[in-house]
Design a binder for this molecule. Structure first.
Ligand code: ZN
Length: 151
C-alpha cells in the first residue's frame, strides 16, 4: 500500500472517529412524520431514525440509539448527507451507497463524506453496521412498521 493510501485511510478513520464521538443530529425529532427502528443483531447496533418530510423533501432528519463506532458514524454522516434533499434522491443515494459498500459497481457519483465508509468493504460484517442507518431511513420513508434488520 502506498503512503498516499495510508494517509487517506487515516483521514477516513479520523472522520469516523469524530462522528462517533460527537454524532450530528443525535436527538429525537419534534414533529417527525416518519419514524423507524433498526437493529443489527450481528453487532448489537440499535437505532431509531426520525424524519420530517415536507413538499417531497427530507426537511429534517435525526437519530438516537447505540452501537459501534461504524454504525453511529454512518448514521451521523447519513443525516448530514440527506437533509434538505428530495426523497427520491435520498432513495437513489441509499441504493448507490449500498451498492458501493457491497462491492457492486455503482453509478459514477460523488459520495462526498460518505466515502469514508468504503473501508468497511474489506469487512463484510461491518458493512451491516455501515448500512443499518440507511435501511432504517428507507423503512421510515416507506412507512414500514416492522423494524429494519440487517439479517
Ligand atoms: Zn456495528
Amino acid at each position: 500500500m502506498s503512503t498516499h493510501d495510508d494517509g487517506l485511510r487515516e483521514l477516513y478513520q479520523e472522520v469516523i472517529f469524530d462522528h462517533n464521538r460527537s454524532p450530528r443530529n443525535f436527538h429525537k425529532l419534534d414533529g417527525a412524520n416518519h419514524v423507524a427502528e433498526g437493529h443489527n443483531p450481528l453487532c448489537g447496533d440499535q437505532l431509531t431514525v426520525y424524519v420530517r418530510t415536507e413538499d417531497g423533501k427530507v426537511a429534517d432528519v435525526s437519530f438516537v440509539g447505540h452501537g459501534c463506532a461504524i454504525s453511529t458514524a454512518s448514521a451521523s454522516l447519513m443525516t448530514e448527507a440527506v437533509k434538505g434533499r428530495p426523497v427520491e434522491e435520498v432513495e437513489a443515494l441509499f441504493r448507490d451507497f449500498h451498492a458501493l459498500l457491497t462491492g457492486k459497481p455503482a453509478d459514477e457519483r460523488d459520495f462526498g463524506k460518505l466515502e469514508v465508509l468504503t473501508g468497511v468493504r474489506e469487512f463484510p460484517s461491518r458493512v451491516k453496521c455501515a448500512t443499518l442507518a440507511w435501511h432504517t431511513l428507507h423503512n421510515a420513508l416507506s412507512d414500514e412498521s416492522r423494524p429494519a434488520s440487517t439479517e
